[in-house]
Ligand binder design. Structure first.
Ligand SMILES: Cc1cc2nc3c(=O)[nH]c(=O)nc-3n(C[C@H](O)[C@H](O)[C@H](O)COP(=O)(O)OP(=O)(O)OC[C@H]3O[C@@H](n4cnc5c(N)ncnc54)[C@H](O)[C@@H]3O)c2cc1C
Length: 392
């Protein structure tokens, strides 16, 4: 068995494969020098509760359980968890219909969630601003995503998984896999390559009607003398988009961050400057973004709105709609950006909302492992192992 990609999904899948099939040899290759170098180590570290997603989705199916299992994992492995909870606030009465819809989704997904008054919201986080009511999610927490990924990698290695960093999947010749360290002929291939998962799937003639379009998430980090918020504070999101809007999160070590943005990036690993630049990717991503601008009525507004958030003062002002007392001069530091591997359906020109899989009996390809795939990674891994074992 060959697993491509040492992000949280590949690591959890490799661990669960080793636990379920101790006699099987499992090789995980990761192109970077360490695991969790991309989204899995560059995210907000929020364990989502599971109330954003419609009950028929894989996100809903995995999120509540994933949240609970990471809490248990972190407790068992001595990793810190900040059990701070989250407020979803209304910026105007127009947000109430969406708050009600989130309440219904939470109930359908079996997620603890409370509708509270403005006064209750202020008792939880005194600076929170909400109009009329808010939602309180007590099970939303924060972890250190890199520490979690490192602990999964250590557990996988202890179970016999051969994790080789600095080795890239480079191509396919039938069932022979080409890597930067030579070829191999695994019985099955599990593609967890994040931002590159579509390229790997396309090499096997799968998922040719979808393409990953990268969306960059920038964060602003509060100065050290800004006291942390007591809980995460999020707006009511646009339920037609897979992004949650600018919000404030509290890191596991008690720093407050604003972000992440969801601005169209120009190539897959476009973190800053020319790092990770690829002319071929630039052309293909720009072309896809241009088609989205022309064919998806919601995309031009999203793109313009998001690109404006690269301006620090504007980003702080947006967050100021959710909590009072933010002073731009206390938010001068940009944090480590992350990039979402957002899948686009090239036939309908829409952003795919749910996780997606493609399987041809040899390769199982994980596509659109966007938020909350970190939270969901353990149940996703069980689902993948079931599929690879022919159990589902
Ligand atoms: C800004 C941001 C904030 C987020 N916040 C949250 C959050 O708070 N909570 C949450 O649950 N989720 C969050 N997410 C989503 C979450 O981080 C991802 O869904 C999750 O990390 C995806 O994991 P992955 O293993 O699929 O991908 P990745 O972590 O990207 O891993 C894929 C790996 O594959 C490797 N790879 C790629 N190509 C090859 C190749 N050819 N050969 C070998 N290796 C290869 C890459 O180097 C990479 O390490 C956030 C994401 C972003 C970008």
């Amino acid at each position: 068995m060959l697993v491509v990609g040492g992000g949280i999904v590949g690591l959890c899948a490799a661990l669960r494969l080793a636990e379920r099939h101790p006699d099987q040899s499992i090789l995980l290759i990761e192109k970077e020098g360490d695991v969790a170098a991309h989204a899995s180590g560059r995210n907000s570290g929020v364990l989502h509760a599971g109330f954003y997603y419609t009950a028929d989705s894989l996100k809903a199916r995995f999120c509540r359980e994933g949240n609970q299992r990471w809490h248990e994992w972190c407790d068992a492995h001595g990793l810190p968890v900040r059990r701070c909870g989250k407020l979803v606030v209304a910026r105007s009465e127009a947000d109430h219909a969406s708050l009600d819809e989130l309440t219904r989704r939470g109930a359908a997904n079996g997620v603890p969630l409370e509708v509270i008054t403005e006064a209750d919201a202020r008792a939880i986080e005194p600076s929170a601003r909400t109009v009329g009511r808010a939602l309180w999610s007590p099970t939303t927490s924060s972890v250190d995503p890199r520490a979690v990924a490192a602990s999964v990698a250590a557990s996988a290695r202890a179970k016999g998984v051969d994790i080789r960093t600095g080795v890239a999947w480079t191509g396919a010749r039938g069932r022979v896999v080409e890597t930067s360290a030579g070829t191999c002929a695994p019985g099955r291939l599990l593609n967890c390559a994040g931002l590159h998962a579509d390229r790997v799937a396309h090499a096997y003639d799968l998922a040719t009607d979808v393409q990953i379009v990268p969306f960059k998430g920038l964060y602003l980090v509060a100065d050290d003398d800004v006291p942390p918020l007591r809980c995460h504070v999020y707006p009511v999101p646009d339920l037609g988009m897979p992004f949650l809007g600018v919000h404030l999160t509290v890191t596991v070590d008690g720093h407050t961050k604003i972000g992440p943005t969801a601005m169209p990036a120009f190539w897959r690993e476009n973190y800053g400057g020319l790092a990770g630049f690829s002319a071929a990717e630039l052309t293909s991503v720009l072309w896809r973004e241009a088609v989205l601008m022309a064919r998806n009525p919601a995309f031009p507004k999203l793109a313009v709105d998001e690109l404006a958030k690269a301006d620090r003062t504007r980003l702080v002002a947006r967050a100021g709609a959710l909590v009072s007392g933010l002073r731009p001069e206390q938010w001068r530091t940009w944090g480590r950006p992350g990039i979402r591997a957002q899948l686009v359906d090239v036939r309908t020109h829409t952003l795919v909302m749910d996780f997606a899989l493609a399987d041809d009996g040899f390769g199982l390809h994980v596509l659109n492992a966007v938020s909350p795939a970190f939270t969901c990674a353990l149940p996703i891994a069980d689902h993948l192992v079931d599929r690879l074992s022919g159990a589902s």
